[in-house]
Design a protein around this ligand. Structure first.
Ligand code: TXA
Ligand code: MG
Length: 320
């Protein structure tokens, strides 16, 4: 950590301790962060994002020792934390009283994660507190993967943006519920389901919207709201044998190749690598959103590894 980093971290910690909002870099996407133990500061997140209050936040910690101060851990969660933290994984566990209801939308559980980003962890360490942070975008819109993306959407709401460069992973964390010793994925993300299953030695279900019986659980995970991560212009998924409407200007988002010529074309991974596709996904959506087109047509990517998270975001972006 050089001098510039140290003074940036000090500035970021001052913002948090004063009860204001910070643009926080992580390995997944940038967060809009506040002191998780300060209900008033947390409420500023909801108003800045225009986020509904039923939608709970993730708290970010410097290490697992800090995590277990704020929630009740169990053996499965301990195993996952030891294997995958710091990393793109959020664990949902029964919360302790220090976490205000504003963070968890009144639920008795809290999502906690230790980000794999040196500046983020140094900032949390400097505050000595967990940081509540959703992705730093307006609710339902495209998640930010650079400091400039945060500036573009939320400049007037953040007191400071800690610039940690381009996010390495590019899609949000995998949210795993570990409540009552039942392990379930609530949102596919930057940690693959294959890796989670290999760690636990058991298969782990993904609880999709249509499987959720409990309405409250569905509403508590906006990853589960149908429309999310959406560009301003319509996005449609490419399927075979489909007639597209005439007289429209299309942008095209391909996985690897260039199957048809399009003026506005974003290729997620020339190599055909799902990790690279995840890394590039949201920036590509932003480029096409800003182009002079009527519609984005996107290809699915292979349904494996981080490809599952990429396809999840594409389906939600496509949901009209
Ligand atoms: O990678 C990430 O997770 C990023 C960075 C900033 O850490 N954060 C992020 O936060 O994506 P957000 O607020 O956009 O998404 C949080 C997800 C939502 O789907 C939310 O419902 C779920 O976590 N979640 C939070 N607390 C929960 C709880 N107690 N029970 C169930 N789901 C919860
Ligand atoms: Mg989000």
């Amino acid at each position: 950590m050089n001098d510039a980093h140290s003074s940036a971290i000090a500035a970021a910690a001052d913002v948090i301790l004063a009860g204001n909002l910070l643009g926080l870099p992580t390995e997944t996407v940038y967060g809009l962060a506040a002191n998780a133990c300060d209900a008033e500061a947390v409420l500023k997140i909801f108003s800045a994002k225009q986020r509904p209050h039923f939608d709970p936040l993730i708290i970010h910690v410097a290490d697992s020792e800090m995590a277990w101060k704020y929630c009740h851990v169990n053996p499965a969660a301990k195993l996952l934390a030891a294997e995958f933290w710091p990393g793109p994984m959020s664990l949902v566990l029964p919360k302790k009283d220090m976490i205000p209801d504003e963070v968890t939308s009144g639920l008795n559980t809290v999502a906690v994660r230790c980000p794999d980003h040196d500046l983020a962890r140094a900032c949390i360490q400097a505050c000595g507190l967990p940081l509540a942070a959703p992705s730093a975008n307006s609710f339902g819109r495209i998640s930010p993967t650079t400091a400039q993306h945060v500036r573009d959407q939320l400049a007037q709401h953040v007191a400071y943006i800690l610039d940690g460069g381009v996010c390495r992973v590019g899609v949000e964390s995998t949210v795993i519920s570990c409540v009552d010793n039942a392990v379930e994925v609530l949102r596919p993300g930057g940690l693959s389901i294959e890796a989670i299953e290999a760690c636990l030695g058991q298969s782990v279900p993904v609880v999709l919207q249509q499987d959720v019986q409990d309405k409250h659980l569905a509403l508590s995970s906006p990853g589960m709201l149908d429309r999310h991560y959406a560009p301003r212009i319509p996005l449609r998924l490419k399927s075979a044998n489909e007639d597209w409407p005439q007289n429209m200007r299309y942008g095209y988002m391909s996985f690897s190749g260039l199957p048809w010529a399009a003026e506005h074309h974003q290729c997620l991974s020339a190599q055909g690598d799902v990790n690279e596709a995840a890394h590039n996904l949201f920036a590509a959506m932003r480029v096409l959103e800003a182009a002079d087109i009527d519609m984005i047509i996107a290809e699915h990517v292979p349904q494996q590894g981080l490809g599952i998270a990429v396809n999840d975001r594409l389906s939600r972006a496509a949901h009209a």
